[in-house]
Design a protein around this ligand. Sequence first.
Ligand code: PLP
Length: 393
Amino acid sequence: MASPTVASTPVPMLDVNRQNAPLQDEIQVAIAEVCASGAFVHGPACQEFEDAVARYCGVQHAVGCASGSDALLLALMALEIGPGDEVVLPSFTFFATASAVTRLGATPVFADILPATFNIDPDDVMRKISPRTKAILPVHLFGQCADMEAIKRIAHEAGELPVIEDAAQAIGAEFAGRRAGSLGTVGCFSFYPTKNLGGVGDGGMLTTNDDRLASRLRILRDHGQHPRYHHSLVGLNSRLDSLQAAVLSVKLKRLDDWAESRRSNAERYRSELGRCGLAKSLTLPEVAPNCSSVWNQYTVRVGDGQRDALQKHLAAKQIGSAVYYPIPLHLQECFSSLGYQRGTLPMTEQACQEVLSLPIYGELTEKEQNQVITALAKFFGIAAAVTSDQCAA
Ligand SMILES: *Cc1c(COP(=O)(O)O)cnc(C)c1O
C-alpha cells in the first residue's frame, strides 16, 4: 500500500534564527545594557567575555579582535612573521588561514591532509619544514582538533617553532582532554554567525598562556599603541564590539549544550546511515580516539565522481548541503606564483572532489534528519527503511 505523498518542508543547511530566537529576551537586554552604557568598543562587556572565553578554553589570556581572519593576522604579527619567512599550513581550509600569511609578506607552505580526519598530516608537515619555517599553523577543521601531539613534537624538534591553532571551527573541541586554543602557542577563534559560537556580526578572539604574547596582541589590535598615542608597533584597528561581546556572553553559556546536540546528531547519522547500508556508498566522518569533536560540519565523502549529482538530488528535495572546500588553496589563482602543480597534494585534491557537508546544527529535528537520510538512501537506490513513516515518502 503506497503511503500518500507528503510535501516535505525544506531542510536548511543552517538556520541561525533557530538558535537565537529562544534567547531573544536575554539578547535584547544585553544589547540594551551596552547601548545605555555608552561603552561600545572594548568596554566592560568585552572584558567580561574575554575572561569567560579564557576560562572556557583553559588559558591565561583571551584577547578579542574584529574577526577570525584578523585573529590569524594578529597572531602572525605578534610572532614577528614577515617577508622571507615560511609558515606550514594545510591547503584544505578556509582562505583566511593562508591569506593572513601572504598579507604579511611571508610564504604559505602547504601540507597535505590525513584522509580520515581532513586535518593536516604531521608527516607531511615534517617534510615541509625548512630553515625558513617560522611557524606551524594547523587548522582544527570541521570541529575536530588536528593531531597536536605530533605537531608539537615536530615544532619542538625544529627548534621550538610557535604553533598557531586556527580554531575558528572548533571552539570547545578537545584533544587529549584539553580544549582547542590551549594546545599551541596561540589560538585563533571566529564568532562569524555560522560558527558554533556565532555573534550577530563579525568577531574574533586570540587565546594564549604567554604573557608577553598576550600584551603584544592587545597592543597590536589597537593600532600598536600603549599608552594612547604612543605607538611601539604598527598595529591594526581590530577591536571587538561591546555589542558582539555582550551577545556572545549570553550564547557562550549554551555552547556545551549545543555541542552535545550536534554530537548526538552525528551519532544518529552514523547509526542510521549504517543501518540503511549507506556506510558503503558514503564514507562517514571519523573522530580520532583522543579527540572530542564539536561537529562544526558533518562532512561525508562521495566517491566515483557522484558528489555533485548527489548534491543536486538533495537540492531537488530542498535539502541543504555544502561543499567545504571545492578548490584547494594551493591551486587558487591568487597563489599561482607559489608554483604548486595539480597532483602535489593528492589527499587534499581528492577531498575537494568528494566532500559534502550535511545539516548538523543542534536545532535540526529528528524528522528533518530522517528526510536527509531518506533522500541519501533514495539516491543510492536504497528504498530505505529509516525509523518512521519518513522512509516510505
Ligand atoms: C571562518 C574561518 C576563518 C575566518 O574567520 P572570520 O571570522 O570569518 O574572519 C578562518 N579560518 C577558518 C578555518 C574558518 O573556518
